[in-house]
Design a protein around this ligand. Structure first.
Ligand SMILES: [Mn+2]
Length: 324
């Protein structure tokens, strides 16, 4: 199917069906939440029933995207209903929606809308545009092309997603299309400065102190151009990883930022960010992870010593070769 036909097919699905499950990858980020919220507001404005379910909890800073009750549901085994109309946003593989898979009926229509280069086209209908900086912009394209009304609530949601995935229009994926889309979203009433402020400038005092303590423990591997920070999420959880990653990424001497979190007994999660051409998606895929060229993640089971002697050691060797 060509692009126009896929978009038309998605429009037909949104208009003709009802009772939708909207979901995205676990460990939700701003693009994930923004794209889900934009889709949710579109469907409910059209009088449809819809829920957003994620394996993990909501990120509170995005609560302003919903007035009153937050429709975002964290997955639990108590949820028994199976959905036949499913929209998966901003997610490279079916596995990355995690436990939410249990809520999808066998004969469901799954619409997969994404921008990850490693997307496996797992849906019944797939619209994957790897050139888009955010999934939220693809949702914007679909809604516009299919003639849906874009309310301020929808545009605020999509602009939040766009700003999150571009680091506030600062990452390398910021291109003409992102700027054009920002202008377009402002025409629907979104306030760029206000949304940037809500997303990037509002970290509570306790969290700020914690972020700075973690940053103070950063190790810099000068020759490898890697900055590495660590947190024990089990005993001293951070609400979000992004503020740490932002600061790590701003270290001039580092081209690669790595944030390692201990998330359980012998369980670790790594988030990687890079500047320029070092492809952290390619690196993460060697270790069962994935993402984008400049932002990716890996999960690891084992001791810290094992993590250091495998993934971290591989990263150092790879970076040393890359930058020599
Ligand atoms: Mn995204």
């Amino acid at each position: 199917m060509n692009k126009d036909r896929i978009i038309a097919r998605i429009g037909q699905f949104l208009r003709e069906e009802d009772d939708f499950l909207i979901t995205s990858h676990y460990a939700p980020d701003g693009d994930n939440i923004g794209a889900c919220a934009g889709m949710y507001h579109t469907l409910t404005a059209a009088g449809k029933k819809a829920v957003i379910v994620n394996e993990d909890g909501f990120v509170e800073r995005f609560a302003f995207l919903f007035d009153g009750e937050n429709p975002f549901v964290r997955y639990s085994d108590e949820l028994k209903k199976k959905y036949r109309n499913v929209i998966v946003l901003d997610t490279a593989t079916f596995e990355r929606i995690g436990k939410v898979r249990a809520l999808i009926a066998e004969d469901a229509t799954v619409v997969n809308i994404d921008h990850h280069p490693a997307n496996t086209e797992f849906g019944t209908v797939n619209y994957v545009d790897t050139k888009a900086a955010s999934a939220s912009q693809i949702v914007l394209e679909i809604l516009k092309s299919d003639g849906f009304q874009i309310s301020k609530q929808i545009s605020d949601s999509l602009l939040s997603g766009l700003l999150s995935d571009t680091g506030g229009l600062r990452f390398a994926n910021t291109d003409e299309r992102t700027i054009t889309d920002v202008l377009e979203l402002m025409k629907y009433g979104s306030d760029l400065a206000d949304i940037s402020d809500r997303i990037f400038m509002r970290l509570g005092y306790d969290e700020t102190v914690k972020v700075n303590r973690i940053i103070a423990g950063t190790k810099l591997f000068r020759n490898e151009k890697i900055a590495l920070a660590y947190n024990d999420q089990e005993n001293d959880p951070l609400i979000e990883n992004e503020p740490v990653l932002m600061t790590l990424s701003s270290i001039e001497e580092a081209e690669i930022a790595v944030f390692v979190r201990k998330t359980g007994a012998d369980k670790y999660k790594l988030s990687l960010r890079s500047k320029g051409d070092f492809d952290v998606n390619l690196f993460a895929s060697r270790w069962g992870g994935g993402g984008h060229r400049n932002a990716s993640g890996i999960k690891f089971s084992g001791t810290y010593k094992e993590l250091a002697s495998t993934i971290i050691s591989d990263l150092k060797e790879t970076a040393l070769k890359f930058y020599e």
